[in-house]
Structures are given as C-alpha cells and as structure tokens.
Design a protein around this ligand. Structure first.
Ligand code: URP
Ligand code: ZN
Ligand code: ZN
Length: 471
C-alpha cells in the first residue's frame, strides 16, 4: 500500500520545507518537492492520500526513558506496556526505550527475558530496551558484552537508592571500563544516595513527613556532587556518559563544563523539570504534592532552575528530553507514603504529553521548531543508535510520522482527558497551543482525528546499534 502525505511542512532537526512524503508499506521511499506527479500516481493506484496542509509533518517522537510496569517501592508503575504505549501513540510518540531492571541478586539475562515477555505482543508502538545494572558483578559485566548483540547498547547505573540499586564508585568504574571497551553507553542516575538517606532520616525524626520534604532532602548539592563524581569516573575510564533526568542547574553547569572540555558527556531532562517546581507542586497543600514526587526532585523556581534548563536546551548541553514516565495512581500507590514521604513511590507519568509540552516551548519562544524536533525525535535516535530508521523523515526510514496542527489546541483538563493508566494527571490545567492530529507507526495510521486506530500488537522490538552521537 502506498501513502502520500501532501501539502504539509516537513520539519527536521535542520530546517523545514513544504514537502510531500511518499510511503510504501512501512517505509518512507521519497521526500518530494510539492507538485510532483506522486499525487496523481498514488490516486491512480488507489493509495492513501493524507492532506497535511497548514500542518507540520515531523518524525514520530522517541521517548528514550520510560518505565512501564516497573517494580518500585513495593508496587508497580501503573502503566503496562499496553496502556503506556497506547498513551504514547496518542501523544505522537512512536518509539519508547524502556528499562529492563536488574536489582541485587538478579541475573541480567533472566530479567531481560522477563521484560521481553511483558512487552512482546502488547505494544502499540515500537520499543527498545536499556538495561539497568543494579548489581555490578562478574556475571553482569559479562552480560554487558552479550547484550550488545541483542540490540541493547546502553546501561543505567544508580548513585542513589542504597540497598536497592546503588552501585559503589568502584562498581561504577568497572562498568564504565566495560562500556569504554565495548562501545556501549553508561546512563547515570546521579544523586548522592547515602547523603540523601541521612537527610531523609533526620527530616522524618523532626516530623517533616509531607511530600514537600522529598524535595528538600534531595538538595541540588546531592545532584551536582554525584554528577561531578560520575563525570570524573567516566573520564578515568574513557567512557561516554549520559546523565538521566537532570533537574539542578548546577548539575547541568557541570555537564556543560565537561562537554566544553571535550568529554563525551550528555544531559537529559524531562518536561516536569522544565515546567513544574518545588514550591508550586511538591509544596501543594496536604498530601497533593505526592503527585509530583520523583527523583531527581522538582527544583525551586525561586532558584531559577527551570529557566536555566530551557537555556541549556538552547545551548545543546541538554541533548534530549525524555519523560522518565513512571506513573503511579494516588489511590493505593502514592498513598503508601501518607505520613512518610519516603514511602511515596517515585515517578511522574508524562509519556502522552511530551511532544505537546515541548511544542509549547516553541510557542513561548523558548526553543526553535527545529530544536523541538531535535530534542524529541532526532537526538534520542542518534544518542541511542536508532538514527536512519527512526528520528528522521528521509527515504529508507521507518514511516513513523506525526502530523501536528499548530493551530489546534490541547487541554490537559480536569478529569480523565488522558489515556495513561493513572487516576490523576501531573499536568492538569495545562493548555497547549498545538495538537497531535495524525500518527503513523511504520506506515499504519494509528491515531487520526481523535480516534485510536491501532492495535496492541502493532509495536515491534527494535534492536539498537551503538550511539551515533559521540565526539
Ligand atoms: O522518580 C523516578 N525517576 N522514578 C523512576 C526511576 C528512576 O530513577 O528513573
Ligand atoms: Zn533514575
Ligand atoms: Zn527513570
């Protein structure tokens, strides 16, 4: 089946132009100047013609940081691969990269098999995996080599969560040396977990048990210190380093410094750190703030972190914007932490809203149209070995395409206007001056005019190559 998307403005990370996109089956076969004879040929062959006049035609979004069904804090992230990837599709994200979890005492290969079982046949859009190494030992270091052949080329380590995921500096160095040798990428959760545990204990003893204190017990110094340590260890090992979910401007300053010095260090942030804050969200009355408990935490607006993060997006020191989608319902999940913020499962759900929330940055004059496509689509593809097939509208690429209406509107309103499996929205009340109209995943229209047309088995596992983003 041939499909022609005609009349739209194709936006890439480099620029934008009025162009038609010709698709054969699941692949883009040509990007054409308007007025070519493709339109009449597609009509003659009874193919599909999609009118994208006055709309943007962009590569499908890539959310390189999600946690579907993740076990955390005695419960599981509330989106399954089925519900989470369907919500992603609604929001114009056509590829997710989710994290396989290896905790202490578990075998990497067993965990990977379990994640394949959970995802296979259940995903609305394509998916790939990173591997969390929560127990660095001879067996998991060997697995880091083996997984590359299975298309898993990035490994997340933790400097936080002692006793669960935290690796010692020695273990981190060993994993980084392995990555330096096999060409894979270390992703780091950079927070000083031991110091945080002391601050948390002291706060609870003082009776500071509300969600707000999740933020104050994880001060920016704990993020900057860990970021600095990770950068130094990566330098010793000669390994590339990608710091996930950066929220502190001081941590980003350290990342920028390393980049200026020529080190392969990359920063990821998330919409919650660009828009939300310690004061307005974590500090909401009563137990409301639990909705926004995530780590790293939301930062103080008075200290100016959010504006600095937007600035670092413009300079390129923030390479990608992912969601860290890790949703929990208020009922029975976030509520586990009533009377003790440390028991609130950490995570926010945003997989459906990332493309819209970032587009609002274009409307507000914070980033360019090209930057939007870069940080949401092209850069994650380059960073995680997907580029060429994903993240770009070009001949040979998968036909993962979003038709975005800049004159449309998206209300993330009160009540359940989203499709994520959550009983609240962290984004309630947000108004976006744009709208995801049509979504194609490998050539199939899966969302159009407010209707979901896909199926839970549309998405396929994507084997990734090595990062294409290194100096
Ligand atoms: O709060 C968060 N970020 N939850 C998900 C787990 C992680 O550390 O990414
Ligand atoms: Zn993390
Ligand atoms: Zn995460």
């Amino acid at each position: 089946m041939t499909t022609l998307i005609t009349g739209g403005t194709v936006v890439s990370a480099e620029g934008s132009a009025l162009q038609d996109v010709l698709i054969d089956g699941d692949t883009i076969v040509a990007v054409l100047a308007p007025g070519s004879n493709a339109l009449s040929e597609v009509r003659r062959s009874a193919g599909i013609v999609i009118d994208a006049s006055r709309k943007y035609v962009i590569p499908g979004g890539i959310d390189a940081h999600t946690h579907m069904e993740m076990p955390f804090g005695g419960t599981f992230a509330s989106d399954t691969f089925e519900t989470g990837t369907r919500a992603a599709a609604w929001g114009g994200t056509t590829t997710i990269v989710d994290f396989v979890v290896q905790a202490h005492g578990q075998r990497v290969q067993d965990q990977l098999a379990a994640w394949h079982d959970k995802a296979s046949g259940n995903c609305a859009v394509d998916y790939a995996f990173h591997q969390i190494i929560g127990d660095v030992n001879a067996d998991s270091l060997k697995a880091m080599d083996e997984l590359i052949d299975e298309g898993i080329t990035s490994f997340k380590l933790f400097m936080a969560y002692p006793g669960v995921f935290l690796s010692s500096d020695g273990q981190i160095l060993q994993a980084m040396q392995k990555a330096a040798g096999n060409g894979s990428l270390i992703m780091m959760h950079a927070e000083n977990g031991s110091a945080i545990d002391v601050l948390v204990q002291q706060a609870l003893e003082r009776g500071d048990t509300a969600p707000y204190f999740h933020g104050t017990t994880r001060p920016w110094q704990t993020e900057q210190e860990a970021t600095h340590r990770a950068v130094m260890l990566a330098d010793i090992a000669g390994a590339p380093l990608y710091i996930v979910h950066v929220s502190a401007k001081q941590a980003l300053a350290r990342i920028a410094e390393a980049r200026n010095a020529g080190q392969n260090v990359f920063g990821e942030t998330c919409p919650q750190y660009l828009y939300l804050s310690l004061e307005e969200n974590l500090g909401a009355p009563g137990f409301e703030g639990a909705k926004w408990v995530c780590s790293t935490p939301l930062r103080s607006r008075a200290e100016g972190h959010q504006d600095e993060l937007w600035r670092y997006l413009r300079t390129g020191d923030v390479t990608t914007v992912s969601t860290d989608h890790c949703p929990f319902c208020m009922k029975d999940q976030k509520e586990l932490g009533i009377g003790n913020f440390a028991k609130i499962p950490n995570g926010i759900g945003s997989v459906e809203h990332r493309m819209d929330l970032l587009y609002q940055g274009v409307v507000d004059g914070r980033i360019s149209l090209q930057k939007w496509v870069d940080v949401a689509c092209a850069a994650p593809a380059r960073m995680f070995g997907l580029y060429g097939k994903k993240g770009v509208i070009a001949a040979g690429a998968d036909a993962d395409i979003v038709i975005y209406d800049p004159n449309g509107h998206t209300s993330i309103g009160l009540g359940k206007t989203h499709h994520m499996n959550m009983d609240y929205s962290a984004w309630e009340g947000y108004e976006i001056d744009g709208h995801v109209d049509t979504v194609l995943s490998r050539g199939k229209v899966i969302v159009d005019a407010g209707q979901y047309l896909g199926a839970k088995s549309d998405g396929r596992f994507v084997r990734r190559g090595l990062s294409q983003n290194l100096i």
